[in-house]
Design a protein around this ligand. Structure first.
Ligand SMILES: Cc1cc2nc3c(=O)[nH]c(=O)nc-3n(C[C@H](O)[C@H](O)[C@H](O)COP(=O)(O)OP(=O)(O)OC[C@H]3O[C@@H](n4cnc5c(N)ncnc54)[C@H](O)[C@@H]3O)c2cc1C
Length: 366
C-alpha cells in the first residue's frame, strides 16, 4: 500500500481500477482488483477513519475474512462473544437467540483492514470523488483534494462509498433514503450480560425503528435507529437513554455521541450493482440486511466480488459481478417480502408470544 494521508494528489492520471471509499467493501475490492494492475483507492476522510458502528462481526463476516487472516485479538473487546436478544421493552419480554457476534472495536477493525492492502494499491485520503463519466472504453473520475480537482481515468471504477454514495448519484441511479442513527457511549458502573439487546420500545412513538445496547469493555453503546425525516432525534435519544438507565443501573454517564445515516432499504429496486464500467459494492449498491442493519458481511462479500470482477476483462466486469451476486440479491429479495410484517406493530407484538427457538430461527434469516 502506498499511504496517502500526506499525498495531496494521485501520482498518475491512469489506473487499471479506481475504488471510491476505504470501508470494508472498498478495501476488499482494491485487494482483488490489484491482481491485474494498479489501483487508486480514494476516501474523503482521513485514514484510518472512525466510522459510527456497533462493531458486531457476524459469523458470515468472520467467514468472509478467513482468506485474509485471523481477526487480531488486539481489536476484540469484552465480552468477546455477544448473543442477539430480542427485547419487547414495555412488556418486559426477552427472547434469547443463538445468533452470535464477535465484539470488536470498529476503528481497530478498519485500521487492520487498511493494513491488508498490497503495494499496488495507492491510497489517497482526504480525496473526494465529485463527478464521473464513462464510455465504452473506460471511466473518468474527478477527484477533489487539498490541491484542487484532478481528472483520473481507469478501465473500471468501483463505488464503495457507503449509504450516501456519490458514485450512485453520478450514475443517475435511484438514490436510497436513510435512517437517522445515534449512538451514545456511556461508562459502565458494573457488568452487563453478554447480549446485543435489540429493543422495541413503544413509548418513543412511531419514529423509532429500534434501539440497542451492546457492552464494550468498560463502556456500553446505546444506539437508536430512527425512520427517515424523524424530527428532534437527539432529544428522543436522550429520553431513550434515560428510560434505559432507569432499568439498567449499570449504565453511567455519557462519554461520547455520534450520528450517521444508514441505508433505508424497502424493495429489490434499492439494490443496484452498477452500470456500464462502474460497479457498486457494499452499502453504495444497497447491500446490507434491510431488517437488522448488519452490513459488514455484505460489504466484505460484495467488495471481494466487485474486485474479482474488475480484475478480469473490463468490458465483462458488470456481467461477472451480476453473476457472482445473484444469490445474495435473491436472498435480499426474500427478506424484503417479510419486511413490512416484521416492522409492523403486529409483527413486533407477535415476536413476544412465539417461542424463543422460532424467534432465533427467524432472526438467522434476517
Ligand atoms: C450506527 C451504525 C451501527 C452499525 N453497526 C453495525 C454492526 O454492529 N455490524 C455490522 O455488520 N454493521 C453495522 N453497521 C453497518 C456497517 O457499518 C456498514 O454496513 C458497513 O460499514 C458498510 O461498509 P461499506 O464499505 O459499504 O461503506 P462504509 O463503511 O460506509 O465506507 C464508505 C466510505 O466511503 C467514503 N466516501 C463516501 N463518499 C465519498 C466520496 N464522494 N469520495 C470519496 N470517499 C467517499 C466514506 O468516507 C467512507 O469511508 C452499522 C451502521 C451504523 C450507521
Amino acid at each position: 500500500m502506498t499511504q496517502g494521508d500526506t499525498m495531496t494528489m494521485p501520482s498518475s492520471a491512469q489506473y487499471r481500477t479506481i475504488v471510491v471509499g476505504a470501508g470494508p467493501a472498498g478495501i476488499l475490492a482494491a485487494i482483488h482488483a490489484a491482481h491485474t494492475g494498479p489501483v487508486l483507492l480514494v476516501d474523503q476522510r482521513s485514514l484510518p477513519r472512525s466510522k459510527s458502528c456497533g462493531g458486531m462481526l457476524h459469523e458470515l463476516a468472520i467467514e468472509a475474512l478467513r482468506p485474509y487472516g485471523q481477526v487480531p485479538e488486539s481489536i476484540v473487546v469484552s465480552p468477546r462473544t455477544v448473543w442477539f436478544r430480542y427485547h419487547d421493552w414495555d412488556r418486559g419480554i426477552r427472547k434469547v437467540t443463538d445468533v452470535r457476534f464477535l465484539n470488536v472495536s470498529r476503528s481497530g477493525f478498519d485500521e487492520w483492514l487498511l493494513g491488508l492492502l498490497p503495494a499496488r494499491v495507492e491510497v489517497q485520503a482526504r480525496a473526494t470523488l465529485t463527478a464521473l463519466s464513462q464510455s465504452a472504453e473506460g471511466v473518468s473520475a474527478t477527484i477533489r483534494t487539498a490541491d484542487g480537482e484532478h481528472v483520473v481515468a481507469a478501465d473500471v471504477l468501483i463505488g464503495a462509498d457507503g449509504a450516501r454514495s456519490q458514485v450512485r448519484r453520478c450514475l443517475g441511479l435511484r438514490d436510497s433514503a436513510s435512517y437517522v442513527t445515534i449512538q451514545d457511549f456511556v461508562r459502565l458502573r458494573g457488568p452487563l450480560e453478554p447480549y446485543f439487546d435489540c429493543i422495541y420500545m413503544r413509548c418513543i412513538g412511531e419514529d423509532l425503528a429500534y434501539s440497542y445496547v451492546i457492552p464494550k469493555g468498560d463502556v456500553a453503546v446505546i444506539g437508536s435507529v430512527f425512520h427517515p425525516h424523524t424530527k428532534r432525534a437527539h432529544e428522543k435519544q436522550g429520553r431513550i437513554v434515560e428510560e434505559m438507565r432507569a432499568r439498567l443501573p449499570q449504565l453511567g454517564g455519557r462519554e461520547d455521541r455520534e450520528s450517521a445515516p444508514a441505508l433505508y432499504l424497502r424493495s429489490p429496486a434499492d439494490i443496484l450493482p452498477g452500470h456500464g464500467r462502474v460497479l457498486l459494492a457494499g452499502e453504495a449498491g444497497g447491500f446490507m440486511s434491510p431488517s437488522s442493519g448488519e452490513g459488514i458481511s455484505y460489504a466484505l462479500r460484495t467488495g471481494r466480488d466487485a474486485g474479482l470482477a474488475a480484475a478480469g476483462e473490463p468490458s465483462q466486469a458488470l456481467a461477472r459481478y451480476l453473476a457472482s451476486t445473484t444469490r445474495m440479491r435473491a436472498d435480499l429479495a426474500r427478506r424484503f417480502r417479510w419486511l413490512p410484517f416484521m416492522e409492523s406493530r403486529a409483527g413486533k407484538c407477535l415476536a413476544g408470544f412465539v417461542p424463543a427457538p422460532i424467534v432465533s430461527k427467524v432472526t438467522q434469516g434476517l
